[in-house]
Design a protein around this ligand. Structure first.
Ligand code: GLA
Length: 404
């Protein structure tokens, strides 16, 4: 038998000859561009759900996930749009003899497929976590070298969402690594939302719109208002890093400033309201990160504010941005599909201060009459022309919608 490459050469020659005879210009295989990658059609609005990491870290097991799914199905979260139940790091067992990933049988005795079935039976969707390197950030097996095998396993388990981390990747090229897993997920035949978690290191907003559905823009969030804490960041530095990236977000591809800390206890309720409002206005994924089966009333009122969620889920899919920055006093705006605006007056300072917004800062004529609704007071404030102003508490927001 001739060596394979000779065989291929003969084939190529034959096809060139056929093309030449047919009058078509010869095209060498190597000159062909791959077909452009198109979006997977998922996450037309920012994904909503719950993830285990912020509250439970590696201390996660099937009983906890079931308890969370039960709660979400019955406490109003599912009705409010929270959909994905995502297990983050540390569910893994070793790879088997064939290289297939297994689960930690002590923590997940019924197996991942049974857990996924359970979540689906609650009318929710199921997500899981892996990593583009040899090891996950928690030291479990990563997917490097097993991408297609893992995607196939996830599809068999009924996975609807994959968060894909970036630890132990050495010198890997992020675009290549994430594109490889994106291709593997498509090849699996199942609709799987692809959440890219490489912390903004390789600027995924520049290349990932058709690769993943969301990409982390910063290091990990921690349950603090401000500052850097090792590798992790408080709410304010994350807001400031994510805001300028607004032009890159849109239906199917979102900037991800990390999961919510609402309800985890490190911030005041006023600060959690600001955190949630800004995430909603920045069209960020709303992934709760607290124990949603044990929420106090204030936490519930934040996570279940349907008017704020509607701003986040608005079908126009524009990431809102800061339109004025007067030091500690800021105005943020997000255009809505019906021509309205969501507006946040945000006070970073230590005392209550009045903040005003002029219609012209929102792209409206000063003469326009608009109905103003306060989304946290749950109150219509009447029709106003040209301007709106309110007293805003320290570290707090006033969030309104304007409807011409
Ligand atoms: C990284 C990610 C986090 C979380 C942990 C899990 O730090 O950025 O969101 O997934 O890994 O180990």
């Amino acid at each position: 038998m001739p060596p394979l490459h000779k065989h291929r050469g003969a084939l190529l020659l034959a096809s060139l000859l056929t093309l030449a005879l047919a009058g078509a210009p010869p095209v060498l295989a190597a000159d062909k561009e791959p077909p452009p990658r198109v979006a997977n059609g998922l996450a037309k609005t920012p994904p909503m759900g719950w993830n285990s990491w912020n509250k439970f870290a590696c201390n996660i097991d099937e009983a906890t996930v079931r308890r969370i799914a039960d709660a979400m199905a019955s406490n109003g979260m599912k009705d409010a749009g929270y959909e994905y139940v995502v297990i983050d790091d540390c569910w893994h067992g070793p790879r088997d003899a064939g290289g297939f990933i297994t689960y930690d049988a002590k923590r997940f005795p019924s197996g991942i497929k049974a857990l996924s079935d359970y979540v689906h039976a609650k009318g929710l969707k199921f997500g899981i976590y892996s990593d583009a390197g040899r090891l996950t950030c928690g030291g479990r097996p990563g997917s490097q070298g097993h991408e297609f095998q893992d995607a196939k396993t996830y599809a068999e388990w009924g996975v609807d969402y994959l968060k894909y981390d970036w630890c132990s990747t050495g010198t890997r090229n992020a675009e290549e690594a994430y594109t490889l897993m994106a291709d593997a997920l498509r090849e699996s035949g199942r609709d799987i939302v692809f959440s890219m978690c490489e912390w903004g290191t390789a600027k995924p907003w520049l290349w990932a719109a058709n690769v993943g559905n969301l990409w982390r823009t910063t290091g990990d969030i921690t349950d603090k208002w401000d500052g850097k804490h090792g590798y992790s960041l408080g709410v304010l530095p994350i807001v400031d890093a994510n805001e300028p990236l607004h032009p890159f977000a849109g239906p199917g591809h979102w900037n991800d400033p990390d999961m919510l800390e609402v309800g985890n206890g490190g911030l005041t309720d006023t600060e959690y309201r600001s955190h949630f409002s800004l995430w909603a206005l920045m069209a960020a994924p709303l992934i709760a990160g607290n124990d949603v089966a044990n929420m106090d009333e204030a936490t519930r009122a934040i996570l279940l504010n349907k008017a704020v969620i509607a701003v986040n889920q608005d079908p126009l899919g524009v990431q809102g941005r800061r339109v004025r920055d007067d030091g500690d006093l800021e105005v943020w705006s997000k255009p809505l599909a019906d021509g309205g605006r969501a507006v946040i007056l945000f006070n970073r300072g230590a005392e209550t201060k009045p903040i005003a917004v002029d219609w012209t800062e929102l792209g409206y004529p000063a003469t326009l009459k608009a109905g103003v609704r306060d989304l946290w007071a749950h109150k219509d404030l009447g029709k106003m022309t040209g301007r709106f102003s309110a007293n805003v508490p320290s570290h707090g927001v006033v969030m309104v919608t304007l409807r011409p």
